[in-house]
Design a protein around this ligand. Structure first.
Ligand code: ASP
Ligand code: MG
Length: 366
């Protein structure tokens, strides 16, 4: 363990301009002056990942998944290099690494790879030389195929949390352009309430049901490895949400939050049980080099397995295409949205909304 190590992750909207990068670099240099060892994880500047995805779809209606990952990882490489340059100008020793240089070993699934192992030899070396380590978020390498992979949208959170877990960091801070974790998306709901403290299980529930504040798999990782987590503003280190295991402020039945997924599909498979249905879906996606979808809920009834699933827009686009050509499974309902209300000590309520704007229907799913 490296003493007093902190992992800071900066979101794309906090690094959207050279001025923002410079101001973040200044804060990093100040922290280092205070004797804190730092791993800084950068996201791609502003909307770079969306722009690159759009660019890919301008070139091809079904971009090769390997090449898409090659393209998308460049976004984070740009911001890590710029951040490191800035730190050099501030006389703060720093070195940037890509995911593969940092030893982030993943499975071979493009677009949404899972971290299998960390071998961050160069990170360790740089930390021992008292350099600030700047890491490109959202990426790794499959050690078997040697291919570059991405960790799913918002995957820089996963990079930061995985590093914090590996090095036993005293704190992992996810720094953004919002004040912290709210009871609903503050960009959609103006009256949403900011939590100063929130148990990790509640954050996990929010993110699973669509809160954009953190990648949901990264929260699972943080919970599994007991990573001390904080989510807050990048331009004001005082405002944020401390992730704790303290439930004291809640009463049974309290409404904790409302979250949504704006694009979901229902996949139906004729099969003999849930496991077979689940495997058929995985195989169809796998054959098209598509990652697993996030399964929100499923049921098996009268020889049909139905799964309500979501993912990022590019993966859903690929999945729609894949299921159009599949014989065993099909999309039985498309263009769905989910709205979920989470309560303390009461089951959450999930609604599915069809996205036909003129005739939106809300139904209880379970
Ligand atoms: N740039 C990637 C995205 O926008 C990864 C990240 O920001 O964490 O999803
Ligand atoms: Mg981003």
């Amino acid at each position: 363990m490296i003493s007093k190590l902190r992992v800071l992750k900066f979101g794309g909207s906090s690094l959207a301009t050279p001025e923002q990068i410079k101001s973040v670099a200044k804060k990093i240099a100040d922290l280092r002056e205070q004797g804190i060892s730092l791993i800084v994880v950068t996201s791609a500047m502003g909307k770079t990942t969306d722009d690159l995805t759009r660019l890919a779809y301008n070139i091809s209606s079904h971009p090769n998944r390997r090449e898409l990952d090659m393209l998308l990882t460049t976004g984070e490489r740009i911001s890590m290099a710029l951040m490191s340059m800035c730190l050099h100008d501030l006389n703060c020793p720093a070195i940037s690494f890509t995911g593969s240089q940092a030893g982030i070993m993943t499975d071979g699934s493009f677009s949404n790879a899972k971290i299998k192992e960390l071998r961050p030899i160069r990170v360790e070396e740089a930390l021992s030389k008292n350099q600030v380590v700047v890491l490109a978020g959202f990426q790794g390498v499959d050690p078997i195929s040697k291919e570059i992979t991405t960790l799913g949208r918002g995957g820089s959170d996963t990079t930061a949390i995985a590093m914090a877990a590996h090095f036993g960091a005293e704190r992992c801070e996810i720094l953004k352009d919002v004040d912290g974790v709210f009871s609903a998306d503050p960009k959609l709901v103006r009256s949403a309430k900011l939590y100063k403290k929130l148990p990790i299980e509640v954050l996990q529930e929010f993110c699973f049901w669509g809160a954009k504040v953190l990648n949901y798999r990264s929260v699972e990782l943080a919970k599994e490895h007991h990573v001390p987590l904080y989510v807050g503003r990048s331009d004001n280190f005082e405002i944020g949400t401390e992730i704790t295991d303290d439930y004291q402020t809640f009463k049974e039945g309290d409404l904790l939050g409302v979250n949504s997924h704006s694009d979901a599909i229902e996949i139906s498979v004729a099969c003999s049980d849930s496991t077979e249905g689940e495997n058929s879906i995985k195989n169809i996606l796998n054959e098209c080099l598509l990652p697993e979808l996030q399964i929100l809920s499923f049921e098996f009834d009268h020889g049909t397995y139905k799964a309500l699933a979501t993912s990022d827009p590019s993966t859903l686009r690929g999945a729609r295409e894949a299921f159009r050509h599949a014989s065993k499974a099909h999309i039985s309902r498309d263009n769905l949205a989910t709205i979920t209300a989470s309560f303390y000590k009461r089951p959450c309520e999930i609604h599915i909304v069809t996205q036909d704007k003129r005739e939106a229907t809300i139904q209880k799913y379970f």
